[in-house]
Design a protein around this ligand. Structure first.
Ligand code: MSP
Length: 633
């Protein structure tokens, strides 16, 4: 088994402009799994995460809120910390780029780079996207817009200090050659190498017009460019006395969108001052939600509470790492998550633990030769070294499958063979220890039942025999009760059969169902005030009513929302005649992600009240006429 002395893993530091979501959780859970795995192997581990707090993006967001940038970022830090706690992420340091020790190191490194002759004063003229905090060339822009944010790029012209990035073209190419895993996964490397081969432009690393940043140490009228500052967090966190041994980092986990910064700017910055570059930068793919791009503007970003509301923390962690190879893009749906929760975690692992613990609690165990898991451990080790989380989980579950087959063949409930039960309990021990980085809470529960500890020592050692109590159900089956929502024609998933019929369509139930485009909601009897506040409810006026071919419940409505004219579909045909609807004022959720039904895109959802059996449905609207677009609050 691999024995490393130290292991240093990082996540990107996140912009604290919005709370964490599925995408940021993905990176962070992956880093947590690697950290826990290495801790399990008894390596000395440093797991760093944090927030990227300087720059124009933050300054602008703060200004919008009428706060100072520091006041603004301070607001969101607790959200990040509590999100990671909820997801059972155990980092060793949460770094903020406003931390004094970080700021000091950034200035020291820039000073050293300057002394090396790699900094010069020039003038930057070009395009900039504040969303990315990145410079773009005309070639990168699409119709003058940022290719990521699709917003017009800003033209800037100002005095700036430059880093001689062009000088590092050759050293970078040598680094990629010498360390073929530096840019991982492999299929992402070639594009970077090709672009570097085309030549590198020097990098503007300071801004004179921006005040929210670390001052350039040799010219305080300039602020350091936010990416130069941010990338250095990985190094500055190791400059504490006890952390020095962790540099160079073993792996920086990042999303594929920020690979250029990490595999070109970052190693060049380090090479300039003679610091060894990190060993690996691994770029994971991006998640869509129900096949659509996830984002704040689309309103479908899955927040952490939602993520864990579907099937619990461990199932969410498992799903994210099991369903998609780490370097590839993935698609999230609550349905797929629940399926894996039920079928893999519940039916395979949960059932095995339940059957074996039930039998062992009455029959007891008798020592015998354990089922061999040593080759499994080797394969899992290799996969985790390569960040192949899905493959590691596949291997462990193949072992769980074998144990399930074994119990089926040996029928210990008939034979009363306590030796077979011992072998099965041992297999459960090994699988649970190997699974502990992924599903830590469940592994702990299993360890308590079968009396072992989650450790390398316990993995290598046969199970000690002690009395065993019947295990609680580990993964409660979640029913997917798909229902047709007669008003909005949407599927709802619930694990509470009593919730089967949508009673009164209050904003709360509507909020639950529509919230961020999740196909369904599981027992969310309560939502947070903030979640409700996300709904943009407006008065709209119905301008046109049409039938839709093949839909006997739906009308296609053209509505005036005050800002635009849009189409929504509503299942109210049996309750209203067309003429009753014309010019009627209704309440519409206008910031809902569009949804296609019967080939027509619905761009919102109206509110209505309905009695229990849906025999009566009444549209909700303002008591008196009011301007279209009026806010409902
Ligand atoms: N602050 C910079 C990183 C600096 S690191 C020195 C930044 N921050 S971010 O908050 O915008 O994004 C952080 C990470 O979230 C990126 O790695 C990005 O890929 C990831 N994701 C954002 N949306 C995502 C998905 N929909 N899916 C997967 N990851 C996503 O960039």
């Amino acid at each position: 088994m691999m024995t490393k002395k130290t292991f240093y893993v990082t996540t990107p530091i996140f912009y604290p402009t919005a709370p964490p979501h599925l995408g940021t959780a993905y990176t962070t859970i992956a880093a947590d799994v690697l950290s826990r795995w290495n801790k399990l192997l008894d390596n000395k581990v440093f797991f760093l995460t944090g927030t990227d707090e300087h720059g124009k993006k933050i300054a602008q967001a703060a200004e919008k809120m009428g706060k100072s940038p520091k006041e603004f970022v301070d607001l969101l830090i607790p959200e990040f910390k509590s999100a990671w706690e909820k997801l059972n992420v155990k980092y060793d340091r949460f770094i903020r780029t406003t931390d004094k020790d970080h700021e000091k190191v950034v200035q020291q490194i820039l000073d050293a780079t300057n002394k090396k002759g790699d900094i010069y004063l020039g003038s930057y003229e070009g395009l900039y996207c504040t969303g990315c905090e990145a410079y773009y060339t005309e070639k990168d822009a699409i119709d003058g817009c940022c290719p990521v944010h699709n917003k017009p790029l800003e033209n800037i012209k100002e005095e700036s200090y430059f880093f001689k990035l062009s000088k590092y073209q050759k050293p970078l190419l040598e680094l990629y050659k010498k360390n073929p895993n530096f840019i991982s996964p492999k299929h992402r490397a070639q594009e970077i190498i090709n672009r570097v081969k085309e030549g590198l432009q020097d990098l503007s690393i300071s801004r004179k017009t921006l005040k929210w940043g670390i001052p350039v140490p040799f010219d305080k009228s300039h602020c350091i460019y936010v990416w130069y500052d941010a990338l250095l967090n990985y190094y500055s966190a190791t400059q504490e006395k006890t952390k020095k041994k962790f540099w160079p980092a073993d792996v920086h986990i990042i999303g594929k969108d920020i690979i250029w910064f990490h595999t070109v700017y970052w190693p060049a910055m380090l090479l300039s001052v003679g610091i060894e570059p990190p060993k690996k930068v691994f770029a994971h793919g991006w998640w869509t939600v129900n096949s659509e791009k996830m984002g704040k503007s689309a309103g479908n970003a899955i927040n952490i509470d939602q993520l864990i509301s579907f099937a619990g923390v461990d199932s969410a962690r498992y799903f994210l790492l099991r369903s998609t190879p780490f370097g590839e893009d993935g698609d999230f749906s609550s349905k797929a998550l629940i399926e894996r929760h039920n079928n893999e975690l519940g039916n395979k692992l949960g059932n095995l633990v339940s059957r074996v613990s039930t039998l062992a609690s009455t029959m007891g165990l008798e020592k015998s030769k354990p089922l061999d898991s040593s080759s499994l451990v080797k394969r899992v080790t290799v996969h985790l070294d390569n960040l192949e989380f899905d493959k590691a989980l596949n291997e462990i579950f193949a072992f769980v499958d074998l144990a399930n087959l074994y119990i089926q063949q040996k029928k210990p409930w008939e034979t009363k063979d306590k030796k077979v039960l011992y072998q099965l309990a041992g297999a459960i021990k090994d699988a649970s220890i190997l699974l502990s980085p992924f599903i830590p809470e469940t592994s702990e529960k299993i360890a308590k039942v079968f009396n072992f500890e989650i450790s390398l020592k316990a993995l290598k050692k046969p199970l000690e025999i002690k009395p065993i109590a019947k295990a609680e159900i580990l993964f409660k089956k979640i029913d997917e009760v798909k229902q047709e929502d007669s008003i909005n024609n949407k599927s709802v998933i619930t694990n509470n059969k009593n919730l089967k019929s949508d009673k009164l369509k209050t904003p709360q139930t509507l909020a639950n169902k529509s919230d961020n485009n999740i196909q369904g909601v599981i027992k969310m009897d309560q939502i947070k005030y903030d979640d409700f506040a996300k709904l943009d409810l407006r008065v709209a006026t119905i301008k046109k009513v049409e039938d839709i071919e093949g839909a006997d419940k739906l009308y296609k409505l053209e509505i005036d929302t005050g800002k635009d004219t849009r189409t929504i579909l509503a299942g109210i045909k049996q309750y209203y005649k067309k003429e009753e609807l014309l010019d009627k004022q209704i309440i519409v959720i206008v910031n809902l992600e569009p949804r296609k039904m019967k080939g027509v895109e619905s761009q919102g959802m109206l509110l209505a009240a309905s009695n229990e059996d849906h025999s009566k449905v009444i549209l909700i609207g303002p008591e008196k006429k009011i301007d279209s677009g009026s806010k409902v609050q």
